[in-house]
Design a protein around this ligand. Structure first.
Ligand code: ATP
Length: 429
């Protein structure tokens, strides 16, 4: 397991069913190409002979089913070959899902149960490889011509959009190993915090909203219905975290539960679903290649994710600095404030915070560096049930002139004047 800082490209020969695990260096990019044979990165095949550039810090594996030679140029934190991987068991799961998709497609479209393809939910503790397995299953399905829906419920390290959101998007092509999930038209709900304990009820409400919209889309789209979903979840699996997993399984009507790397969670979920023949609970081995990330690393990863939203993964986007009057924007916060003043409650009752009540936010210096979601709501009442168009980042608040400067992905008016604030903030470094 040694770092390399090759000035000349280094050739690596991979035997069949082995993988080259790489952590790119912290400060310099890495180039890599497939010289002979065939290989894939998390389910997406590498094109032959073409140099691919990977940004610093990326952790990934180049896996080959039949053998390959790879050429690497640049420095790495670590790179090593592993011949023990759980890939055969993962691809076997894919084959079973494929069978279910084909059966759903062949069935009569009027039978809503039979025409429903697999709804897979991937669960497990933090750093068990949930996102990676989700990605592989989606890319293998897309390679075979399906357009499965990816649902990401991980508000801490989501892979569809910025942290603090739950989101869904169809995957039409194998996922690009560098660019990640294409951001054409994701369906995004803004939760606003990176841990569900900030407002558990709101998290559940948003999961329900997202599931309802997808249910409606599936009802009118036989192809999407047969391809099914792959749902990625958070690594919080104890106590309330476990309740939230059960809530997600039920709300999305998941029929395949893949449990990664934890016997206890597997046996608990199997027990709960023992009497339900519609839910298969399957235990899968965690890959030895999954890299553990500490709290500091996760915090930094969230910050990079926000930067990527505005500037692009390869710095190919140019966000705009825009100015708005205080009076042009309506900013709301969800939850928090007391539901009713003590005087309006029965004697002895305490005012409780309403988790999904919205309250207007006064514009002041506290908004500096805050990331706000731009809601599609047409009235303030619609804020909870509406998905969001995108995000802005407040870079200046001029109290005297009553103006806000913010960074947005593009110039021009915002698609809506209703903005949602959580606890997400970001500072450009
Ligand atoms: P979270 O706790 O955030 O939900 P997770 O369980 O989804 O994490 P992943 O994000 O899939 O875990 O994996 C953690 C890290 O390990 C990622 O950076 C991923 O790219 C890397 N990784 C996963 N599998 C491998 C592998 N076989 N070789 C090298 N790196 C890997």
């Amino acid at each position: 397991m040694n770092p390399s800082s090759a000035s000349v490209p280094k050739q690596v020969k991979l035997d069949k069913e082995s993988e080259l695990r790489i952590e790119a260096a912290n400060d310099s990019p890495l180039r890599l190409r497939l010289v002979t044979g065939s290989a894939e990165i998390f389910g997406t095949e590498l094109p032959p002979e073409i140099w691919l550039s990977f940004p610093p810090r990326l952790k990934f594996a180049v896996f080959t089913w039949y053998g390959a030679t790879i050429e690497m140029d640049g420095s790495t934190e670590t790179d090593y070959i592993a011949d023990e991987t759980p890939m055969v068991s993962y691809v076997n799961v894919h084959a079973v899902l494929e069978g279910r998709r084909n059966r759903a497609k062949a069935s009569s479209s009027t039978d809503s149960d039979a025409s429903q393809g697999p709804r897979v939910i991937v669960v497990g503790p933090t750093d068990s490889g949930k996102s990676t397995l989700s990605r592989m299953l989606l890319s293998w399905a897309a390679k075979q011509g399906w357009k499965p829906t990816f649902v990401d419920l991980d508000i801490g390290q989501g892979s569809i959009t910025i942290p603090g959101c739950i989101a869904a998007t169809p995957i039409e092509m194998p996922i690009d190993p560098v660019e990640g999930i294409p951001l054409e038209m994701p369906l995004v709900y803004f939760y606003g915090h990176t841990t569900p304990s900030n407002n558990i009820d709101l998290y559940k409400v948003l999961v329900k909203e997202l599931a309802q919209i997808l249910e409606r889309q599936f009802a009118g789209n036989i192809e999407a219905r047969a391809a099914g979903m792959v749902i990625n979840t958070m690594g919080w699996i104890e106590g309330v975290g476990y309740e939230l997993l059960l809530h997600a399984i039920e709300t999305f009507k998941a029929n395949v539960v893949l449990v990664l790397g934890q016997e206890k969670l597997y046996s608990m979920l199997r027990e709960v679903h023992r009497s339900n023949p519609n839910v298969d609970v399957v235990k899968l081995q965690k890959s030895g290649g999954v890299v553990s990330r500490n709290a500091k690393f996760r915090q930094r990863a969230r910050s990079y994710r926000m930067r990527e939203y505005f500037y692009g993964i390869t710095n190919d986007l140019s966000p705009h600095a825009n100015i708005a009057n205080f009076s042009d924007l309506f900013i709301y916060r969800v939850g928090g404030g007391p539901q009713a003043p003590r005087s309006a409650l029965p004697i002895g009752a305490d005012p409780v915070a309403s988790p999904v009540r919205i309250t207007p936010v006064n514009i002041d210096k506290d908004l500096l560096h805050v990331v706000l979601a731009v809601s599609y709501a047409k009235t303030s009442e619609e804020i909870i049930s509406s998905n969001v168009a995108g995000f802005i980042h407040v870079t200046d608040v001029d109290i005297q002139r009553r103006k806000i400067t913010y960074l947005a992905p593009s110039a021009g008016n915002l698609p809506s004047k209703f903005l949602i604030m959580g606890t997400l903030a970001w500072q450009e470094t």
